[in-house]
Design a protein around this ligand. Structure first.
Ligand SMILES: Nc1ncnc2c1ncn2[C@@H]1O[C@H](COP(=O)(O)OP(=O)(O)O)[C@@H](O)[C@H]1O
Ligand SMILES: [Mg+2]
Length: 269
């Protein structure tokens, strides 16, 4: 990988609203050099960062892959000094991959919101979908296509930014495309989830207090359960991409459900 590969990837990525498949000629139009252009395209394909479609518009066209978008995000995080290095996968769910990273020899994590995470009809029923559409209407952006993983990264990043000085959540350090970098919770290895530890009264007290503080700041988590709390020196509320403002249409119901799930998690106390 060199800066020319990155330039080509950036151009393809930048055209996502215009083309599903970007004609190669559109890329050539946007760069001043031609030397080894075809080799660069081939090597990007070999690395699995782009895919080919030779028949669209009767001319060669390419599409960035999920791995390609991940690569751009990591490249830009490094360029902007948000991380120095990237390590192993810590956790992988249906909708996100969490990866270990380093900055000045201190651990951080990158959370990549996944593309193609669910079939579209499932996506349409998800909370993230209705929240993103609600925001779109609010700011009058109905027509533009939306990129769900990027929108979810935005929602999660803004929630963490708004909350981290008042509520125990991971501190956010940066956002790029569909990925966010945040504080690593744990001590060399990630802290356990609330689902994995013996429940104690102080945990319940802290979580309830923090949940209420988030509401006071106008943020409803929306997916609260023992799987989205990490227990370290304190309890950390994590996983905010589906959070909604307290004036969202179904906020009341979501708050009720969140509280019910927490009560259930502590049923043994
Ligand atoms: N800041 C963090 N520090 C350490 N580990 C984390 C952090 N955030 C998430 N993880 C780990 O990654 C897993 C998935 O993260 P989460 O935000 O819940 O995404 P999702 O549930 O959508 O996959 C968590 O269960 C936890 O083990
Ligand atoms: Mg989770």
């Amino acid at each position: 990988m060199d800066t020319r590969d990155i330039t080509i990837l950036r151009i393809i990525d930048g055209l996502w609203e215009t083309y599903e498949w970007v004609p190669v000629i559109e890329i050539k139009d946007r760069i001043t050099w031609r030397i080894r252009f075809n080799q660069h395209i081939k090597s990007l394909e070999k690395l699995g960062l782009i895919g080919w479609n030779k028949s669209t518009y009767g001319e060669p066209a390419v599409k960035i892959t999920e791995k390609g978008i991940d690569t751009l995000a990591v490249w830009d995080f490094k360029k902007h000094g948000v991380i120095d290095d990237i390590g192993n996968v810590i956790g992988e769910g249906k909708e996100a991959v969490v990866v270990y990273a380093l900055k000045d020899n201190e651990p951080r994590v990158i959370k990549f919101h996944k593309y193609y995470s669910a079939e579209f009809h499932k996506l349409k029923r998800s909370l993230s979908y209705s929240v993103i559409n609600w925001w779109r209407k609010k700011i009058g952006r109905d027509i533009r296509p939306i990129d769900f993983p990027r929108a979810k990264a935005q929602i999660e990043y803004h929630a963490l930014q708004k909350l981290h000085k008042h509520v125990t959540v991971p501190e956010p350090f940066g956002i790029n495309r569909h990925a966010i970098v945040m504080e690593f919770i744990g001590d060399k290895i990630p802290a356990p989830l609330l689902s994995q530890v013996k429940k104690e009264p102080w945990m319940k007290e802290e979580i309830m207090e923090d949940y209420q503080k988030a509401l006071d700041l106008g943020v409803v988590h929306g997916d609260m359960s023992e799987f989205n709390v990490m227990v370290h020196d304190k309890t950390y509320l994590i996983d905010w991409p589906q959070s909604v403002p307290t004036d969202f249409i179904s906020a009341e119901e979501l708050i009720k459900r969140d509280k019910k799930n927490l009560k259930f998690a502590f049923r043994s106390l």
